[in-house]
Design a protein. Structure first.
Length: 303
């Protein structure tokens, strides 16, 4: 009888230990999941991003989604142009400097101090007022227009409307890209100078005969004409294949290795949800879609 009681007690003890171990395992697993979730929520602090107005819409859209996931994080996205993005991140005033050009292309920037993250590709082309009556130009004629050798659209197949140039300031990455790959490094004639892409679009739309240049992401309605160059349309597919030459990487630069919060946001920018959804939705190309690549000297090679 005593032996049966002993066996029963032993069985109960063993069962209790098994249940306790299982409970402990479940609690540990639950705690781990909770910890991972909390880590995601625990991101907090402020990130200041500034520079390229061509990259600004994408950065702002990604920042808005990031802040939804991390309510304790505040991200401020400013414009100012690529030159400002590079100089301000170099001086420690921006956590992330946005640029359409490689830091190596700026003589006043020590590129060795900066870390480069290519977060997207942006195509660019000339934006033309509808009253010009122009939808395409040869590169030769485009250069004539921007260098002031042609002053009326009728001289290049358009209507009898005076040409008004809308340029970007010297520090603009959009200008640097357009000058190099659309104008073969020719210097544009003087005209209206404006750094904000939104303002350029507004001026071109409202000024008869005006022509400027914008990232493809700004051609999201029919208020302005997206110019074809040398018979090639400015489309994402033509940019990705290298057929349309006016494009640039969209860079996010940090001064040295980024702080954990900044690194978390850059990782988010490079992750598939942003690259596959937000990037194309905002009119940019994912770097992974490119069939060609370009180095800091402008040399183009197939991937």
């Amino acid at each position: 009888m005593k032996q049966k009681k002993w066996i029963a007690l032993t069985a109960i003890l063993v069962l209790s230990l098994i249940l306790s171990a299982c409970g402990s395992k479940d609690t540990s697993s639950s705690s781990g999941q909770s910890s991972n979730g909390n880590n995601k929520e625990e991101l907090s602090g402020k990130i200041v991003i500034g520079g390229s107005t061509a990259l600004q819409p994408l950065a702002a859209a990604a920042a808005a989604e990031f802040m939804k996931e991390h309510p304790k994080v505040q991200i401020e996205v400013q414009g100012g142009g690529s030159g400002a993005g590079l100089s301000e991140v170099s001086n420690g005033n921006f956590d992330i400097g946005m640029s359409d050009v490689f830091a190596e292309s700026k003589s006043n920037i020590d590129a060795s101090q900066l870390k480069d993250y290519k977060v997207a590709v942006v195509g660019m082309t000339a934006a033309v007022n509808k009253e010009a009556g122009i939808k395409k130009l040869s590169k030769e004629d485009l250069i004539k227009v921007f260098t002031g050798k042609v002053k009326n659209w009728s001289e290049v197949g358009g209507k009898n409307v005076k040409i008004t140039l809308v340029n970007r300031p010297d520090g603009s990455g959009t200008r640097a890209t357009f000058d190099e790959f659309a104008l073969d490094k020719q210097t544009p004639a003087e005209g209206i100078t404006q750094d904000s892409s939104n303002t350029v679009k507004k001026i071109v739309n409202e000024t008869p005969g005006a022509i400027g240049y914008l990232a493809l992401s700004y051609f999201n309605d029919d208020s302005i004409v997206k110019l074809a160059i040398d018979g090639t349309d400015a489309t994402e597919d033509n940019v990705a294949s290298g057929k349309f030459p006016v494009w640039a990487y969209e860079h996010m630069y940090t001064k040295g290795d980024p702080k954990p919060l900044v690194k978390a946001f850059i990782d988010y920018m490079m992750a598939d949800p942003v690259q596959s959804n937000i990037v194309p939705a905002q009119g940019y190309l994912s770097v992974t879609k490119m069939q060609v690549e370009r180095n800091a000297e402008g040399k183009l090679t197939n991937k």
